[in-house]
Each structure stands twice: as structure tokens, then as C-alpha cells.
Ligand binder design. Structure first.
Ligand code: SF4
Length: 406
């Protein structure tokens, strides 16, 4: 009985294999930020080893027609989410804005805190955005009939399997008014399933040649790399919000190194100065119990926040239910090592902020128009539903009973 409803997922790995065996299908696979620092654990690497090139190489060896990066979708999420935050601040919209990229948190809010629905960012998750771009922009540019695409997501998350089946997750089909496109993401598999797949095909992971993502929707930034850990979405959003508010590049150590929102503490807070005139109060929460306690305390407090990141899994997506398993007490060290792997990659990456991603710039110029524009709203934004009625006699189910809670 998981209150985040993320534990009922069945493996659809066989469906991926069937799609790859079908000559009519074009299989496009995207990989989430947290997979690249955990996949190595299935093959004897230390937790946190950043294996992006091998991860892409493995998918090519398994037969993927295209491999693209959820990190690109994360940069897209930030473009829309930071723009939405700035819009809410300018127009007196509902504040605090809550992040919405964690489907388990979204469902939790819909069931247990439906009064917060107006505060949830309307931006779709990074995987959902990337999937919508696969069946629209990417298909158009590559000259592929989107009806032939099988869109696969490899990610750390069991809740993503349910997210991909939410009725509104068919933005590309609605965009073209063509039901044959199906859902934006056709199949979602976890990091563990990906490891099992490599093992079942007897691929020698150590010998796999490194490869790069395909172009158009395959570039990342440091901001999108850190999406995979607690505090990463907040830090990424602040980097771009700074630019949107001041029209200046964020200063290197004021914003691109938001220490106060880093680390495994359950609730983290920071004050962020965006130029001379805007000061934001932000909070970052992760884990089921922390989330419930934080939100209940918020109800009874007059504390003001402008922006709050919530991730259901302890540590964020690096600690997702679909990642390789480690037992306590080693589990905390493993999570910290995965987080370290992402921050190290961020520190060494040539672009720190999502708006610097050249492929993001090209996407808005050639296809979407502007953040929060008409096309962006159709493809990149969603809505939420009060689902508190489903509780019925399950009112005793609380996040303390959630197996992903710390
Ligand atoms: Fe999924 Fe956990 Fe990440 Fe939420 S925090 S998106 S449940 S892996």
C-alpha cells in the first residue's frame, strides 16, 4: 500500500524487445539523469561512477534506433518552470510554486493535499517533455512518421510507469489530432530492468564502446545533470530564473553552487538573491515522511516560501525505487556517492544553465516559439486532478508505510 502509488508497476521489458524486433517500428530510447551514475553498480563499478558514454553505447548495442537524453527534457522543464515562477511572481500568482517533475509527489498531492493543486507547477516532467518532443519535433526533423515510433524511457523510477499512462500524457497525439500516435511514452523501464536486459543479452558491459546521444534533443547542461538528485531541480531553476529576471549570467558561486540546498538533510532551505530587487525563499524536501511532516507544518505556519522542490524518494531520483538495490547502512553512502557523481559532472560541464543549451535554443527558435507560448502550453504543460476521493477507507495509509521512505 504505497501512498505514492509507485509500487504496482510491472516490467514491460519484453515489449521493448518486441518493438526492436519489429522492422516497422523506430525505437527511440531516452535515459534519465540518475541512470548514468547507478548503472555501473550492476557490473562491478563503484556507486556514483558517471558512465554516460557506456550507457548510450549499451542501448545502441541492444539495437535502439535512436538514443536521446532526458537531460535535454530536464533543461526544457527548467525553461518552462522557471518562466512560470517568474510569471507567478510578476502577476501575483499562487505562491509558493511547487515542482511537479516527480509523479509520485504529484499523485501524493492530488490525494492527500489537493488544496495545493493550484500551487503545483503546470510543467510536465522531464521525461514527459522529452517524449512529447520525440513524437513531434524530433520526428519532423528526422522525417519519421511518429506513428511508427516506439518511445521508451529508461529511468530510476517505478512511479514513471504509472505517469506514462495518465490520460493526459498523450500530448503529441492531441497536437496532431491523431490517436495512432498513442501515449507520448510507450514503455518505461527502470535502471534495474536495463541492467537485467544487458545481462540477458550477454553483453560485456566493460567492453561496450562509449557512444554519444543523437542530435536535436540529446544535449545536456550541468543544470540538467543535477536533476537526478535532491536539490538539483531547485538549483537548476534558480540558474535560469536569475537570467530571466536580470538578463545577466548567474554569478559563478552565488547561484551555480547553491550549497544550502545540497546534501541528504530531509528539509533544506535557502534564501536566493536574484539580482538587486528579487529575493526568494526556497525549500527542498525529499522522502515521504519528510514531505508529509513539512506540508502539515506549513499549514499551521505563517512561514513564506516562493518555490519548493519535492521529491518522493530519499535523495531524489538517484534513490528511486528502480535503481540497483543496496541495504542499510550502505544505502545512504551509495546515494551520497551517486549524488557526488552528478555534482562532479556538473562542475566539469561547459554549460551550467538550461538556457545555454544550444539545442534548447534551436528548439524554441525552430519549433516551440517561446517559453509559456501557445505550442509550449499544448505540449509541455499539464493539469492535475483532486483524487482525495480514492482514499475511501485507506485514510490510515500514510507515507510512514511507504517502502521508499527513509
Ligand atoms: Fe520517481 Fe523517486 Fe524521482 Fe520521484 S524522486 S521521480 S518517485 S525516482
Amino acid at each position: 500500500a504505497c501512498p505514492f502509488d509507485s509500487m504496482h508497476a510491472k516490467s514491460e521489458l519484453e515489449k521493448v524487445k518486441a518493438a526492436l524486433a519489429d522492422p516497422e517500428k523506430i525505437v527511440v530510447i531516452q535515459t534519465a539523469p540518475a541512470v548514468r551514475v547507478a548503472i555501473g553498480e550492476g557490473f562491478g563499478y563503484e556507486p556514483g561512477t558517471f558512465l554516460e558514454g557506456k550507457m548510450v553505447g549499451a542501448l545502441r548495442a541492444l539495437g535502439a534506433d535512436y538514443v536521446v537524453d532526458t537531460n535535454f527534457g530536464a533543461d526544457l522543464t527548467i525553461m518552462e518552470e522557471a518562466s512560470e515562477l517568474v510569471e507567478r511572481l510578476k502577476t501575483g500568482g499562487q505562491i509558493p510554486q511547487f515542482t511537479s517533475c516527480c509523479p509520485a509527489w504529484v499523485r501524493f498531492a492530488e490525494i492527500y493535499f489537493p488544496e495545493l493543486i493550484p500551487n503545483l507547477s503546470s510543467t510536465r516532467s522531464c521525461i514527459a517533455m522529452e517524449a512529447a518532443m520525440i513524437k513531434t519535433y524530433f520526428a519532423e526533423k528526422k522525417g519519421i512518421n511518429p506513428s511508427n515510433i516506439v518511445s521508451v524511457s529508461v529511468n530510476p523510477c517505478t512511479a514513471k510507469k504509472a505517469e506514462t499512462k495518465r490520460e493526459e500524457e498523450n500530448a503529441a497525439a492531441r497536437f496532431y489530432d491523431d490517436e495512432s500516435l498513442g501515449m507520448d511514452t510507450d514503455i518505461s523501464i527502470t535502471t534495474r530492468e536495463f541492467i537485467r536486459w544487458i545481462q540477458e543479452e550477454n553483453l560485456d558491459f566493460n567492453a561496450i564502446e562509449e557512444s554519444q546521444f543523437d542530435d536535436l534533443i540529446g544535449m545536456e547542461t550541468g543544470a540538467s545533470i543535477i536533476f537526478g538528485n535532491t536539490g538539483g531541480v531547485m538549483e537548476a531553476a534558480m540558474r535560469t530564473a536569475y537570467k530571466l529576471i536580470t538578463d545577466k549570467e548567474p554569478p559563478p558561486y552565488a547561484l551555480t553552487h547553491l550549497e544550502d540546498v545540497r546534501g541528504m538533510e530531509g528539509v533544506k532551505e535557502a534564501t536566493v538573491q536574484l539580482g538587486d530587487d528579487v529575493t526568494l525563499s526556497v525549500a527542498v524536501v525529499h522522502g515521504g515522511k519528510n514531505t508529509r511532516d513539512f506540508l502539515n507544518a506549513l499549514k499551521d505556519s505563517d512561514k513564506h516560501y516562493d518555490f519548493i522542490e519535492v521529491m518522493a524518494c530519499p535523495g531524489g531520483c538517484i534513490g528511486g525505487g528502480g535503481q540497483p538495490r543496496t541495504k542499510l547502512p550502505q544505502a545512504v553512502k551509495t546515494k551520497e556517492a551517486r549524488i557526488g557523481g552528478l555534482y562532479e559532472a556538473d562542475a566539469n560541464y561547459k554549460w551550467v544553465a538550461s538556457y545555454e543549451n544550444p539545442e534548447i535554443q534551436a528548439l524554441y527558435k525552430d519549433f516551440l516559439g517561446e517559453p509559456l507560448g501557445h505550442k509550449a502550453h499544448e505540449l509541455l504543460h499539464t493539469h492535475y486532478t483532486d483524487r482525495s476521493a480514492v482514499l475511501g477507507d485507506r485514510k490510515d495509509v500514510t507515507p510512514e508505510t511507504c517502502p521508499t521512505s527513509p
